[in-house]
Design a protein around this ligand. Structure first.
Ligand SMILES: Cc1cc2nc3c(=O)[nH]c(=O)nc-3n(C[C@H](O)[C@H](O)[C@H](O)COP(=O)(O)O)c2cc1C
Length: 202
């Protein structure tokens, strides 16, 4: 069993990473492999809405987004981590996520969680932004005892946020439990129905 995590911070080992490793640590304790992919700091163009991916299944900007979408087919879970920039997720990471999720990757009824890192305030909107991607992809969002937000201005400071670290570990344990429960296969997956797109036209 495997989980992939995308770190949207340009700081490879910053506050976001600290939170993500706390989630990952609990998954690994449960015997689930975790791969953390560094996304922040890479030059990633944003979605242009060309919709060529609808026909080809690939983004016309042939970069790490296509590689990451392919990897998602082979995992049981996903972690999205971002620092807060002006009350929202980091811009470069939004470019990555918009394109990744527009590809409709294989995530239906897989398990996900998020990590939002910030120095002071504005975390809840970024947390919701990350959850929006998971929700629309039919990902089961693992619960925690609080919103998945960790405070600090770097990895060392983040360790001082005892509650934030506890929330991350809880999300990781709950994620592991959900992944294993799904793998046990006690209940078949629900049926799907053809997608309806209503564009609010008369
Ligand atoms: C462009 C920019 C905007 C930021 N905006 C906010 C903000 O709105 N609220 C906040 O609390 N911290 C803000 N910060 C601080 C970062 O969220 C904080 O340092 C965080 O720990 C960075 O995580 P990282 O180490 O994973 O990059 C901002 C930082 C930058 C560079």
């Amino acid at each position: 069993m495997k989980v992939i995590g995308f770190n949207g911070s340009p700081h490879e080992k910053g506050t976001t990473w600290r939170g993500m490793t706390a989630v990952a640590g609990e998954l690994e304790k449960a015997g689930i492999e975790v791969e953390l992919v560094q996304v922040g700091g890479r030059e990633i163009p944003g979605c242009t809405g060309c919709r060529s991916c609808f026909g080809t299944g690939r983004c016309r900007f042939d970069d790490m987004v296509n590689e990451c979408a392919a990897k998602l087919a082979a995992v049981e879970g996903i972690i999205l981590g971002s620092p807060v920039y002006y009350g929202g997720i980091a811009g470069g990471f939004k470019c990555f996520l918009d394109r990744l999720f527009y590809l409709r990757p294989h995530l239906r009824l897989k398990v996900g969680t998020t990590v939002t890192a910030l120095r002071r305030t504005g975390g809840i909107l970024a947390h919701q932004q990350l959850n929006n991607y998971l929700n629309l992809a039919e990902v089961i969002i693992a619960p925690a005892v609080y919103w998945n937000v960790i405070h600090g201005n770097g990895a060392e400071e983040a360790l001082q946020d005892g509650e934030g670290m506890m929330v991350m570990r809880t999300a990781g344990r709950n994620m592991a439990w959900l992944i294993k429960s799904i793998a046990a296969g006690a209940v078949p997956f629900p049926e799907t129905e053809p997608r309806v797109m209503t564009n609010f036209i008369r």
